[in-house]
Design a protein around this ligand. Structure first.
Ligand SMILES: C[S@@+](CC[C@H](N)C(=O)[O-])C[C@H]1O[C@@H](n2cnc3c(N)ncnc32)[C@H](O)[C@@H]1O
Length: 192
């Protein structure tokens, strides 16, 4: 793993590149399943664009594993709550009604994703909702020195299905038709 997302220069570059990108449409889908004022954890808040949209409807806690992104998040949103959390271990004792991430979990290997799913299950209240986006495709690559794991519908369902009932799994376009997947799920009563 490289330092991209971890240095001031790369974080500033990412913020510029992503300035027009946001998950507003994804959050509208989440709104159908998760009532207003729910406690939501965002994993990998990055520039904080989606954090700001989520902040309109939810009791939102932002997080990232990059201290550089966290210091940007805190300085641009002084009243916000932000935690330094790794998506794999989610090392917090707090509980949430929802967990959201937009183009973050593709940085995890399959094994790390499974570990993350288990932790998400643990830190969600009953009937908790997850909402995550992924790059669609097969295999993995290193892009800008970062690990990128692509996913297709069926294997993704297999990863989540022991812990979450899949409520929605659909293609959408980030840059091109069907280059992305959105998954929304509900915590199962018991792990299977
Ligand atoms: C592609 S950016 C997406 C940022 C933001 N969600 C957005 O939509 O613009 C990936 C983000 O995930 C964070 N990230 C990468 N690996 C992570 C991990 N293992 N745990 C927590 N955050 C991670 C990065 O620091 C970065 O903020």
């Amino acid at each position: 793993m490289t330092d991209y997302y971890k240095t001031k220069e790369s974080v500033e570059e990412y913020i510029k590149l992503a300035k027009d990108a946001h998950g507003g449409d994804l959050i509208k889908k989440l709104n159908k399943f998760l009532p207003p004022n729910s406690a939501v954890l965002e994993i990998g808040s990055g520039p904080g664009t989606d954090w700001n949209i989520l902040n309109r409807d939810y009791e939102i806690v932002g997080s990232d594993n990059s201290p550089e992104f966290l210091s940007h998040l805190v300085s641009t949103n002084p009243t916000g709550i932000f935690l330094e959390l790794d998506a794999i271990t989610l090392n917090t004792v707090e509980k949430f009604d929802g967990i959201y991430s937009n183009k973050v979990l593709h940085h995890l290997t399959d094994k790390e994703l499974i570990d993350s799913i288990k932790r998400q299950y643990d830190i969600l209240n009953s009937d908790g909702i997850i909402c995550h986006s992924f790059w669609k495709g097969e295999g993995s690559e290193i892009f800008k020195g970062l690990f990128v794991n692509y996913h297709l519908e069926h294997p993704l369902k297999e990863f989540f299905k022991g812990y979450f009932k899949i409520l929605l799994l659909e293609n959408y376009a980030e840059f091109e038709d069907s280059d992305s997947l959105l998954l929304i799920g509900k915590k199962k009563t018991t792990k299977q």
